[in-house]
Design a protein around this ligand. Structure first.
Ligand code: ADP
Ligand code: MG
Length: 476
């Protein structure tokens, strides 16, 4: 009554099937092939060493029970693993490993299963004769950490990123979730962390992928029937950077597969770095269990940069490009464009383009007309900062003095003028204006506006101030 390996394995499968969920069964047991039966030792073939590790880690008890049920208490399991060919041989080779006797497997060679920028679709784990190929990290080499200017707006995220880069997978910042509005530097910072890790740990496999691309790859893998390869590939990454995870919202299947990859990596001490344009609490259409994972590590936000940071960013950009620009033009750009860094850079680029196309010198007038024409709708509104700067320049005093508690008459007047124009030219509330002018309340701002109106009617010199400032502030 000699048994065949197929028969024994099919008995095992029946038992296993009853004890795990259908998805796991399909993923982890259907791909296995029974190879050989020698006495009570069953050899099964698994598609990759990763696959073997996973089985040993998660399903060994189940496998043992199944095989003992079929072959008795002496039953043994031997894996035959299809290895990637790293020696230039033409045939794939296999290693046989008895269950629970795992040798250290060094130097994994990982082959991209899917198209990760340029290379054709490849089945990584079973095609014979593959050369060892490194995973291209897909990082943007321009987005380095030293080019990422530090400011109050990004200090937490930047230093958490730096800590992660020094010790990927080894801090409590796992996952590290960087969130913030458009153009505030999420992609730049995420890449910078990846580059820093590559520099410090060249042996680590780092992969940057936009969540949209991840989704496409997943869909493609389902279509091509190699979803397992897709999952295996991602589970071999040491540092996985997924940009714009909010785009997984509403995509249940992709979230599901990402959830499993996330768990595997996290359990194995691998680092996850994610970015999102909103905080986890605001992510609708995201599965609860995934959301809870996102909150495991550290969520650090990027805020809109303050004036000083905006000026530093422009200066750095100009310095890198070897371009000189008058200081007041740089300041004007930084004062006027407050929304985000991408727009700030956009404005700088159009200014440079205009000046070189029309062979015009870069002056504040050119900058003003450019800003009017190019970014009118988004950033036309003059900022409170800018108004304060113009007022202070006009009276030749420092902004600090304007914001101070001094009751000296000239200073009080300048402060009131700044408040008056802030009310006229911005959409800011009285309270916000007050807060910007040295922590005054809304009643003080209201009083300032009335005083300016009154004085302008009664005091000729004061009227001149108002008219001059108005011209300066609204000049196009
Ligand atoms: P996001 O991904 O949040 O939309 P990006 O990372 O694409 O934003 O950043 C937009 C632009 O601003 C990029 O060119 C980036 O280099 C630049 N940038 C963002 N933050 C900084 C910073 N702190 N220092 C220097 N440049 C920055
Ligand atoms: Mg981005």
């Amino acid at each position: 009554m000699k048994q065949s390996p197929e028969k024994v394995w099919s008995g095992c499968l029946d038992f296993i099937k009853d004890n795990i969920n259908p998805q796991s069964f399909k993923t982890w047991f259907l791909p296995i092939k029974p190879l050989k039966l020698k006495e009570t030792a069953l050899t099964i073939q698994v598609p990759s060493k990763f696959f073997y590790e996973w089985l040993e880690e998660h399903y060994i008890e189940l496998l043992k029970s199944a095989i003992r049920k079929e072959l008795g208490p002496e039953a043994k399991l031997v894996y035959s693993i299809v290895m990637e060919n790293t020696y230039g041989n033409t045939k794939p080779y296999t290693v046989n490993i008895p269950s629970n006797n795992r040798p250290p497997i060094k130097n994994p060679s990982v082959q991209a299963p899917i198209n990760l920028g340029g290379k054709g679709p490849i089945n990584p784990f079973s095609i014979p004769g593959l050369k060892k190929v490194r995973v291209e990290s897909q990082l943007n080499p321009n987005y380095t950490l030293d080019k990422f200017i530090e400011g109050d707006c990004n200090r937490l995220a930047r230093s958490a990123g730096y800590a992660v880069a020094k010790n990927p997978g080894g801090t409590s910042f796992n996952p590290l979730l960087i969130y913030g509005g458009v153009g505030l530097g999420k992609t730049h910072l995420a890449n910078a962390i990846g580059i820093e890790i590559k520099d410090r740990y060249p042996e680590k496999t780092v992969l940057y992928v936009a969540a949209e691309k991840f989704t496409q790859q997943y869909i493609e893998s389902v279509r091509n029937n190699n979803k397992n390869d897709f999952v295996h590939f991602y589970q071999l990454i040491d540092v996985l950077i997924i940009d714009d995870v909010q785009s997984l919202a509403g995509k249940e299947k992709t979230q599901d597969v990402f959830f499993h990859i996330f768990n595997h990596l996290h359990q194995n001490g691998k680092q996850l770095i994610l970015t999102s344009d909103r905080a986890p609490v605001d992510m609708q259409g995201m599965e609860q269990r995934l959301l809870s994972r996102l909150k495991w590590g550290l969520s650090a936000d990027l805020q809109t940069p303050d004036l000083e940071t905006r000026i530093s960013i422009l200066n750095q950009r100009l310095y890198n490009d070897g371009i000189e620009m008058p200081k007041d033009v740089i300041e004007y750009l930084a004062y006027s464009i407050t929304t985000n860094i991408r727009e700030l850079e956009g404005a700088l680029n159009s200014l440079l383009a205009q000046s070189s196309l029309n062979k015009k010198e870069i002056t504040i007038e050119l900058a003003k007309s450019m800003i009017d024409r190019f970014v009118k709708n988004t950033t036309k509104e003059v900022s409170i900062d800018y108004i304060q700067k113009v007022v202070c320049d006009y009276f030749d005093m420092s902004i600090d003095l304007l914001k101070s508690k001094t009751r000296k008459r000239e200073i009080v007047q300048a402060r009131q003028l700044a408040m008056f124009f802030a009310k006229q030219l911005t959409k800011s509330s009285l309270a916000t204006i007050g807060a910007h002018c040295g922590g005054k309340d809304h009643a003080t701002v209201l009083h300032a506006c009335r005083t300016v109106n009154n004085l302008a009617e009664t005091d000729k010199r004061f009227k001149r101030y108002v008219e001059d400032l108005e011209k300066k502030l609204t000049l196009s």
